[in-house]
Every structure is written in structure tokens, then in C-alpha cells.
Design a protein around this ligand. Structure first.
Ligand code: MV4
Length: 587
């Protein structure tokens, strides 16, 4: 098993992965962008390293930098989370070449499923039912007209071959709309995936989005963890997910589960993956495969009791699945609501900003996977999903009630979130009848009732004066936490700012504000004393080296806060030291 894993992601999923790693006794390495310096995922990790500026293209997507950090930190594996590099075959290959385990599928499986036409062809060959349509790209509108007239008919779905998740997806109700749909899909494919290739599918009028979670190890074992229904979505953004799917009975469950495992076997899959499909009138069609852990994996964890991330890590380490298909049981019903910083009454417009008050729901059957906290700023740079609220109860009705209760308990002040939308949607007849709610999420009048009152701004700059303050410092791009004890400086910069100005290289930790006795040097970190530079009774200059403490493989110099005599010295070379210990007293 690995001893240290890097998480190439941010927010709730980075924290989600770290939780599992901690339970497995594996150290976690976070990476972060400049605006994420103080983000919860950074503080949650055992170590953290700066990648670069805010834009993902300069930080979370920089393959070389991430691999460099993994090597420097000594991480044996990388978990990509979802989004960013999770389905980037080149990244998976670069990890292989660098001798670092990519916690995910083989790069070839990512490639095979990344091309939607190739995936359809593979699935067709494997006997997996696909939505009727083409498995080859369609070169132009004239060619499209031909196949539609001969084989598929209208309405037709035009989809980008490099697409997925609804990007590059257009519908033509009739031949008149074909050209526009074709060009729209091609343009979007070019824009998002640098590939204007499109293919055609019969457009199903009112399907349900039903997907199957699979796990495959490197010893040929494949199991499925049943299905999730993700039909409540808007502009292809899933909003609510649940397991089991309301429209799936035990017989259909077994059938689509088998489709899932067969699809995984057909691509030589390994790790956790999802087979997305459409369910229409009891017929199930393969749509695409997601070769990553998904946002909505949690509902499956709640009904099966299986930690999907833990299985991913074990599989990546070469372990065998410890259970077979017959051991997997589905129990009760789980629902997930995505808590996005968005305003549903304004076409789900992103609503970034600073969170004021923040209180998470808890109690029986409630799980919150969050990347936010009080004072956290939701940045327009990244995904507006700040948390996921997941509940479990014995059945769909009880689970819905529990979700309502948990949403009521959830207090997020200072910005607009989807909490009111979720409350309203779960209260509708459509949801209670297990409908897809497709019209509802587009219904302007219905959404208008969710308008927010003009909210007072979050109380900025009203922080209480603190005796102890936590600061983050970066040394060669690696992040350390420093607790500085003492009152903040009147200029508001805080003791660390002053210390940093005075001694850019030799940081004066724990000495800045003179907390406790003046001249008392308190250890800001936990570690091992590598070197003691002074003797008891020695005269020292301000800024003189007292000792060197090694923590997290970095050497930290502890210096004298003022000139004087070393009256007390409590450290010796090779000794252990804890945060808050008095190292020495200089008078
Ligand atoms: C479809 C479809 C109808 N026919 N494909 C693709 C991406 C995913 N976000 C939804 N997608 C759809 N693909 C064909 N051939 C309808 C959808 C669809 C949908 C499906 C189930 C539940 C809700 C949906 C909302 C929008 C689009």
C-alpha cells in the first residue's frame, strides 16, 4: 500500500479523498493555486504545495508541475478527483512514465471512452445496447440527411464525438433544424474538445438518466454497485441524484448492472467507473462511460456501505476486490443535492462571493461533503459547487423528508445557493411521483418564486482581536502552518507580516508578538530538533539562530526574537518537539 498520495484537485473532492487516505493510514499531499492558499483542502492535508496562479491552466492542469511536486513530496500515487486531469489520458500516461501510480483507469481505457464514437463501436461489438444511431463520425449535413432518412428518423440528436456530459449536444426535430443542430454541435466540439467531429443518435423524447457504478480490479474481477438516477439536471448539469433509481425494479436492476460490468470488461477497465445510460420505457441504452469517480458517487456509498475511493486506492495498489457481486447489497434510499453558489431564480447564474455564517446539518442519515466553511470565498474561477448534501433513509419518501429537514438545518449566509431550489423541488408532486422534473427546472415562473431577498453583505473586517492567530507561510512553494501567539499589530498586518518583512529568510516563528513571557520562544511546529546552535547562558543577537527543527522533511530555523542571554534552553539535538513547546527563553 502507498504511504503518501497526492491529490491533484481542490474543494470538496480533495477533502473527500483525504478522509479516506487518513483512514487508510496514508499521508496526503495537497496542491493549490495562489487564491486557494488558505482553502480548506490545503489545511486538511498533511503537506501542501503551491502550483501557480489561479487559472486552472496555470495551476491544477499543469501536468509537469504536479508530477514535480509528487516527486519532491515523495508521493507514490496521484488521485485526480473529478474534473481537471481526471479523464486526461496524457496525464495518466505521464504518471506511468514518471513511475507514479495514477489512481484511475489505464490511459488506454480513458482514450477509448473519451471518443464517444469509438466507445459506441466498442460497446456495440461487446453486445451492449447503444442508443440507435451511427458509430462512425458523420462528415457533413448531406451525409447526415442520408443516414437519418434511411435508418434513424427524426427527432435526431447530433452529438460531438469528443464531447460528453451534454457538451456539443443539439437536437433537430425535423430536417429544417438539422443544419443548425449539426453546425452547433460541431462548433461546440471544436471549442471544448478541439474536435468538430459529430455523430448521430435517435433522440429519445423523455428518457431517464440512469447510470451504473462499476469497480474493476487488475485481476479481472468486475462488480457493479447498482444504479443512480440523475434525471434532475439543467443544461446538462446534474442537480439531484439518487440511488436506487425510482424507475428501476429488481429485474431491470440486474439487467442494467450486467450491462455495466460487460461494458467495463469490454474496455479492459480498472478502477471505479460509471456507465451512463438512458432508460426509456423499460429499455436501457449505453450513452457514455465516465472514467473517474463522480460527484454523485456518495449516494452509492450510502446504499451499499462501500467506500468507492478506498476501493480505487486499493485497486491502484494492485489489491484484489475483497467481495464479489453477490456480496453487494443495496439498502434503503439515498439522495444527494448539489449545493452550488448559484441563483436558480436568475437562470442558475453563478453567485460567487464570501460565505458569512456557515452551519452544516447533521444528525441521523446525513452526510455533508463540503469544501467550504465560514469566511470562505467562492471564486468565480472555479466550479460553483461548494458542497454536497447527502441523506440516507429507509425508502425514497423517508429520504426526501430527511433531505428537507437537512436543507432546513443548512445555514449558508452571505451568498446565494441552491438550497431554496432544492427545498422547493423536493416539495413538488413531480419529484414525489419520481418524474424527471425536466419542465420544472426550465419553468421561469416556478423558478421566480425562488428569488432571494436583497441580502445584507457578509460582515467583512469585523474579526475579533485574537490572542493566537494562524498564518500560512510558503517556503520554496511548500506550505506550512504557523501559529503566532500575541495580539495583531495595529496596522492589521499581524505579527507574521512584520516578521516576514524584517527577516525574509530566517523566519522568526513564535516570537513575533511576544505571547506569554517576553523572549519566550515557542515552537510553531511539531518535529525533530536537528541542531542546537546555542548553549544555555550564551549571549545572542536579535535574529540569531537558536536551533533547527525538521518538520515534514523541511528544515525550519528558529531564531532569537531579541538580543539577550539564553536563560532557559529546553531542546537537545535529536529530540522531539511539539507545537507550543517552549524552546528557549531569551532575556
Ligand atoms: C440524450 C437525450 C435524448 N436522446 N440523447 C446527454 C447528456 C446528459 N446530460 C443528458 N443527455 C441526453 N442525451 C438522446 N439520444 C436526452 C438527454 C437529456 C436528459 C436525459 C435524461 C434525463 C434528463 C436529461 C436532460 C437533458 C438531456
Amino acid at each position: 500500500m502507498f504511504s503518501k498520495v497526492l491529490i491533484a484537485n481542490r474543494g470538496e473532492i480533495a477533502i473527500r479523498v483525504m478522509r479516506t487516505l487518513e483512514e487508510m493510514g496514508i499521508a496526503s499531499v495537497a496542491v493549490y493555486s495562489e487564491p486557494d492558499r488558505d482553502a480548506p483542502h490545503v489545511r486538511r492535508a498533511d503537506e501542501a504545495y503551491l502550483l501557480g496562479p489561479g487559472p486552472a491552466a496555470e495551476s491544477y492542469l499543469v501536468v509537469e508541475k504536479i508530477l514535480e511536486v509528487a516527486k519532491e513530496a515523495g508521493a507514490e500515487a496521484i488521485h485526480p478527483g473529478y474534473g481537471f486531469l481526471a479523464e486526461n489520458a496524457a496525464f495518466a500516461r505521464a504518471c506511468d512514465e514518471a513511475g507514479i501510480v495514477f489512481i484511475g483507469p489505464p490511459a488506454d481505457a480513458i482514450d477509448a471512452m473519451g471518443s464517444k464514437t469509438k466507445a459506441r463501436e466498442l460497446m456495440k461489438e461487446a453486445g451492449v445496447p447503444i442508443v440507435p444511431g451511427t458509430t462512425d463520425p458523420v462528415k457533413d449535413v448531406a451525409a447526415a440527411k442520408k443516414v437519418i432518412d434511411k435508418e434513424i428518423g427524426y427527432p435526431i440528436a447530433v452529438k460531438a464525438a469528443g464531447g460528453g456530459g451534454g457538451k456539443g449536444f443539439r437536437v433537430a426535430e425535423s430536417e429544417e433544424e438539422l443544419e443548425k443542430a449539426f453546425e452547433g454541435a460541431a462548433r461546440e466540439g471544436e471549442k471544448f474538445f478541439s474536435d468538430p467531429t459529430v455523430y448521430l443518435e435517435r433522440y429519445l423524447p423523455d428518457p431517464r438518466h440512469v447510470e451504473v457504478q462499476v469497480l474493476a480490479d487488475s485481476h479481472g474481477n468486475v462488480v457493479h454497485l447498482f444504479e443512480r438516477d440523475c434525471s434532475v439536471q439543467r443544461r446538462h448539469q446534474k442537480l439531484i441524484e439518487e440511488s436506487p433509481a425510482p424507475a428501476v425494479d429488481p429485474e431491470l436492476r440486474e439487467r442494467i448492472g450486467k450491462i455495466g460490468t460487460e461494458a467495463a470488461m469490454a474496455v479492459g477497465y480498472r478502477s471505479a467507473g460509471t456507465i451512463e445510460g438512458l432508460l426509456q420505457d423499460g429499455e436501457y441504452f449505453f450513452l457514455e462511460m465516465n472514467t473517474r469517480v463522480q460527484v454523485e458517487h456518495c449516494v452509492t456509498e450510502m446504499v451499499t456501505g462501500i467506500d468507492i475511493v478506498r476501493e480505487q486506492v486499493k485497486i491502484a495498489a494492485g489489491e484484489k476486490l475483497q467481495f464479489g457481486q453477490d456480496d453487494v447489497e443495496i439498502r434503503g434510499h439515498a439522495i444527494e443535492c448539489r449545493i452550488n453558489a448559484e441563483d436558480a431564480s436568475k437562470k442558475f447564474a453563478p453567485a460567487p462571493g464570501r460565505i458569512g455564517s456557515y452551519r452544516e446539518p447533521s444528525g441521523p442519515g446525513v452526510r455533508v461533503d463540503s469544501g467550504a466553511e465560514e469566511g470562505y470565498e467562492v471564486l468565480p474561477l472555479y466550479d460553483p459547487m461548494i458542497a454536497k448534501l447527502i441523506v440516507w433513509d429507509v425508502d425514497r419518501e423517508a429520504s426526501t423528508r430527511r433531505m428537507g429537514r437537512a436543507l432546513d438545518e443548512y445555514d449558508i449566509g452571505g451568498l446565494k445557493t441552491l438550497i431554496p431550489f432544492h427545498k422547493a423541488l423536493l416539495a413538488t408532486k413531480q419529484w414525489q411521483n419520481g418524474e424527471t422534473c425536466r419542465d420544472l427546472v426550465e419553468d421561469k415562473d416556478w423558478l421566480k418564486q425562488l428569488a432571494f431577498d436583497p441580502a445584507p453583505a457578509a460582515g467583512d473586517g469585523e474579526e475579533e482581536p485574537k490572542v493566537a492567530r494562524d498564518y500560512a507561510v510558503e517556503v520554496s512553494g511548500k506550505r506550512f502552518e504557523v501559529k503566532v501567539i500575541g495580539a495583531a499589530l495595529p496596522n492589521g498586518g499581524g505579527p507574521a507580516a512584520g516578521a516576514a518583512r524584517k527577516a525574509p529568510k530566517r523566519r522568526e516563528r513564535g516570537a513575533g508578538g511576544g505571547g506569554g513571557a517576553p523572549g519566550e520562544i515557542v515552537s510553531p511546529i511539531q518535529g525533530t530538533v536537528l541542531k542546537v546552535a546555542v548553549e544555555k547562558g550564551a549571549a545572542v543577537e536579535e535574529g540569531a539562530l537558536i536551533c533547527v527543527v525538521e518538520a515534514m522533511k523541511m528544515e525550519n530555523e528558529i531564531t532569537a526574537p531579541m538580543a539577550g542571554t539564553v536563560e532557559e534552553l529546553n531542546v537537545s539535538e535529536g529530540g522531539a518537539i511539539a507545537t507550543g513547546d517552549t524552546i528557549a527563553v531569551v532575556k
